[in-house]
Each structure stands twice: as structure tokens, then as C-alpha cells.
Design a protein around this ligand. Structure first.
Ligand code: ACO
Length: 446
């Protein structure tokens, strides 16, 4: 038997495999269990997982047939959306925002303009750039109780735990934002997300470091105001440090369907308000395998201490005793292009702050690892988090606040991805399947 299953939809523009190879864009499958043959359409390099459900076979011992599912823990090979925001080619180390290579964007386009690009799809005009920056700057201060919530935590509580709690509390102050199906409401909220995440990490930072909760009156770019609000006692922030911070924000602004973005899309798919959806993103980012790796890297570098201790660290990792933090990536199987840019920026920052000697330890780890077959065979290279923490440390940020800066950066991507998800009529509430492996029906003891 031969079943045709649906028809191919429009392809996605980009560098995905084209559907016009020599043969038709279809996958032919023979199910050995039933000896049936199926033809599945291939659309933009993908089959539709729901088509598999039509490939059925009788269930052993039951009077019914069951459709095939794909099993993919960790979503290693499952596309959950069509997106036109960020393109990654992990084998070649390519990252593009809305088509623009990251190497061209970094250092030339400001963080707020990058946020606009990610959200709207095009670079802002001069007028759009100015009015967007003005709209972000004009956002009212955080509701006062939010600062009180932050101050109610122990001062040694992890800043990401505090940020997560205080950010999710914002949902209670923005009832208007719950109308997520109204595009005007969604877009009106955008400047507030960007202003409040920066304001909130400053409140968390002041609480963490015992500084008084007085917003700093620093003017200038988004990054200048952020840096100024973290260190008001330093006065006007150094221009090189502002440039470096802005660059770090740009480099971490979006990375297609990473763990935290997937969390935002998944939580947001229930049509909850965006503050709650972004709280899901902050929680995911906190984890040491994701954004929390920047903190873990610097802790690891401090533990190693000197270049002489690097071989012992590498041997320990190879024995399976811990991971080399800041190395490896689900998508990049070559050098993460962001890590290369950050490594060069670190040298620039150290000219202002003084050289962080741990850079030599990091460079030695990279050199040893990239010559070692354990890392070479598994294609493990430095990722975005490997060098970023050294810059934050040089700027004077406490180690446990690094990931809060990442949250500011990634807010731009979360907003763009959330907006794209809400407007995408193919999207439904996120609800994966499972393979049930528990006990069959049984009765409670009488
Ligand atoms: N150190 C040592 N071994 C590693 C590392 C590492 N950093 N990363 C992966 N491996 C090994 C695994 O042990 C595994 O080896 P095996 O095949 O012998 O079992 C193999 O490489 C594949 O690893 P997976 O865990 O299957 O890779 P996955 O794609 O699931 O994980 C991740 C990606 C989480 C980034 C992983 O590389 C890791 O834990 N890195 C360290 C943490 C880190 O730096 N995270 C930040 C990532 S960037 C970001 O999220 C912003």
C-alpha cells in the first residue's frame, strides 16, 4: 500500500536545504511492521512530525493501532517553529541576525538598534532609532514594591534567584499586558521590557553589594546608563567599558531556539502574559549548562589559578570528573564566532582595567583542549561564555551577577521570538508527547 500524506507548504528562505534537488521533495518509508509504504512530503528540509502519526501499526495485545512518533529527548533534531530572526550554521561557525553576519553587527550597531532589528526585521532609520531609545528611556521607574521585594531577600541570595522572583512579580503590576492577542498591546510593552530588565538587575546588584537603592542619574546610551546604574560612585562610565558592555549585549542578544528562548516560547504558547513568559526564560538562563556557564567558567579559572595547573584540569575533565565550563555547544561544532569576538574585546577592556591574569589561564586551556583528541573528536570549542566572565570580572562585577547581564542581553531575543511566536498561526500550545514506560493498569490493595 502507498499513502500520500498531505502536501508541501511554502519553503523557508535562508540557507536551509532546498526542496528542489534531483528528485521530488518527499521521503519514502516502508514500515517493516506492516509492509506498508508511505510518502511524506519534505517542506523546507523537514518532514512534519504529525505526518508520522498516520504511519500506524497494531498495538501488541490490544485491539487498536497506534501512530508513529519521533523520540527526541533534548530536542536534538526537532524544529519547533519557522523563524526568520537568527540563522546559525554550527558546522561553519556562522551566526546572523536577520541575515546580517554577527562580525558586521558587533561593534557597529548599538544594542538597542540590534533589539529593534531582531524585533522588526530591519535596521531602524535614524528617526526610528532615536524614538525607540527615547521610548525606552521614558519608561517609568520600576514599581516601588518591586525594589522592596528585592530588598526582602538575604543579601547573599543568588542574584539570578532574586531577579527571577522580582521579574515574575512584575506580571502583577501589568494587567494590561495580559491581552497578548492584541498586537498594539504587545508592541506598546516592548520598551518597558528592555528598560525594566536593566533597571531590575541594577536594583538586584545594589542589594547584592550593599549599595543604597537610589537610581543613578546617568545619561547616554542604554549601555552607558546600565553601567552607570551599577557603579554610580564611578561617575560617568569609561567609554571603552561602555563599548565593551554594549558589544557583549549585542553578541548575546539572540541565538535562535536555545534553552531559555524555547522556555519563553513554550510558556508563552499558553497565552500567559509576557512577564511570566520571560520569567521562564530567566529561570532557564540561570542554569550552569546555559547562561549560568559564564559564572561557572570564572569559578573554574580561579580554582585552576595558574597555567601550570591547566593539564591537571584537562585530565580531570577527560576522566569524567566535571565538564570544561564554557566549552561545547549543541549547535556549534566549530569555534563559536561570538567567543572569538569576545576574546579580542577582553584585551581592549584590560587596557582600561588592567590585565586579568586569568586570561592567560583561559588561553592555555583553549590551546591544550583544542589539541586534545577528547575535545577534537567531540568537536568541543570555546562558547560565548568562555571569555565573557573575564570581562565582567575586570569591570568589577561580583561573580554571581554575570548571568544577570546575560539576561539583559537575551531579553532582546526573547521579545523578538515571543512576538514571532504569538503572530505565527502555525503555533499551538506547546505540548510534547511522551513514551510511557511505567507500569500497566494495576489495582490498589483492597
Ligand atoms: N566538557 C567536557 N565534555 C563535554 C563538554 C564539556 N564542556 N560538553 C560536552 N562534552 C562531552 C559529553 O560528555 C559527551 O561525551 P560522550 O559522547 O563521551 O558522552 C559529548 O561531549 C556530547 O555532549 P552532550 O552533553 O551530549 O552535548 P549537548 O549538546 O547535550 O550539550 C552543552 C551542550 C550543554 C553546552 C555542553 O557542551 C556543556 O555542558 N558545556 C559546558 C557548559 C557550558 O559551557 N554551557 C554554555 C553553553 S552556551 C549557552 O548556553 C549560552
Amino acid at each position: 500500500m502507498r499513502d500520500g500524506l498531505g502536501s508541501a507548504g511554502p519553503g523557508t528562505p535562508g540557507d536551509q536545504p532546498a526542496d528542489d534537488h534531483s528528485g521530488p521533495a518527499e521521503l519514502r518509508i516502508r514500515d517493516g511492521r506492516t509492509d506498508r509504504e508511505y510518502v511524506l512530503p519534505i517542506d523546507a528540509g523537514a518532514i512534519h512530525a504529525t505526518d508520522l502519526d498516520k504511519i500506524t501499526a497494531p498495538v501488541a495485545g490490544a485491539d487498536r493501532a497506534e501512530g508513529l512518533v519521533s523520540y527526541d529527548p533534548g530536542f536534538a533534531n526537532t524544529a519547533c517553529c519557522r523563524s526568520s530572526i537568527t540563522f546559525i550554521d554550527g558546522d561553519q561557525g556562522i551566526l546572523r541576525y536577520r541575515g546580517y553576519p554577527i562580525e558586521q553587527v558587533a561593534g557597529r550597531i548599538s544594542f538597542l538598534d540590534v533589539a529593534w532589528l531582531l524585533i522588526h526585521g530591519e535596521l531602524p532609520t535614524e528617526a526610528e532609532s532615536a524614538s525607540f531609545a527615547a521610548a525606552v528611556e521614558a519608561v517609568p521607574e520600576l514599581p516601588a514594591p518591586i525594589t522592596a521585594i528585592v530588598d526582602s531577600f538575604p543579601s547573599d541570595a543568588h542574584p539570578m534567584s532574586v531577579l527571577l522572583s522580582a521579574w515574575s512579580a512584575l506580571s502583577a503590576y501589568r494587567a494590561e499586558a495580559k491581552h497578548v492577542d492584541d498586537e498594539a498591546v504587545r508592541m506598546a510593552e516592548v520598551p518597558r521590557f528592555l528598560a525594566w530588565i536593566a533597571a531590575l538587575i541594577a536594583v538586584v546588584f545594589r542589594h547584592r553589594t550593599g549599595r543604597p537603592q537610589a537610581p543613578a542619574a546617568i545619561s547616554g546610551s542604554y549601555s552607558a546608563r546600565l553601567l552607570g546604574s551599577l557603579f554610580p560612585e564611578r561617575g560617568v562610565p569609561d567609554a571603552s567599558l561602555v563599548r565593551a558592555l554594549d558589544l557583549l549585549l549585542v553578541l548575546q542578544a539572540d541565538h535562535e531556539q536555545n534553552c531559555s528562548t524555547n522556555a519563553v516560547r513554550s510558556v508563552g504558547s499558553s497565552r500567559v502574559d509576557p512577564y511570566s513568559a520571560f520569567a521562564g526564560g530567566i529561570a532557564a538562563l540561570y542554569g550552569p549548562l546555559h547562561g549560568g556557564a559564564n559564572e561557572a567558567v570564572v569559578r573554574m579559572l580561579h580554582e585552576v589559578g595558574t597555567v601550570a595547573n591547566v593539564p591537571a584540569l584537562i585530565e580531570r575533565v577527560k576522566r569524567g570528573d566535571g565538564r570544561l565550563m564554557g566549552f561545547g555547544h549543541r549547535v556549534y561544532k566549530s569555534y563559536d564566532p561570538r567567543a572569538a569576538i569576545i576574546r579580542a574585546t577582553a584585551e581592549e577592556v584590560f587596557r582600561v582595567t588592567g590585565r586579568n591574569s586569568l586570561l592567560d589561564v583561559a588561553l592555555a586551556i583553549e590551546t591544550v583542549a583544542l589539541q586534545d583528541s577528547y575535545f577534537v573528536d567531540r568537536k568541543l570549542y570555546p562558547n560565548v561564555d568562555f571569555y565573557s566572565g573575564l570581562i565582567y570580572e575586570a569591570m568589577g562585577l561580583p561573580i554571581d551577577t554575570y548571568t544577570t547581564i546575560f539576561a539583559v542581553a537575551r531579553m532582546a531575543g526573547w521579545i523578538a521570538q515571543w512576538l514571532e511566536m504569538i503572530a505565527d498561526h502555525e503555533q499551538r500550545i506547546a505540548r510534547p508527547k511522551q513514551l510511557y514506560v511505567g507500569p500497566g493498569r494495576r489495582d490498589l490493595p483492597s
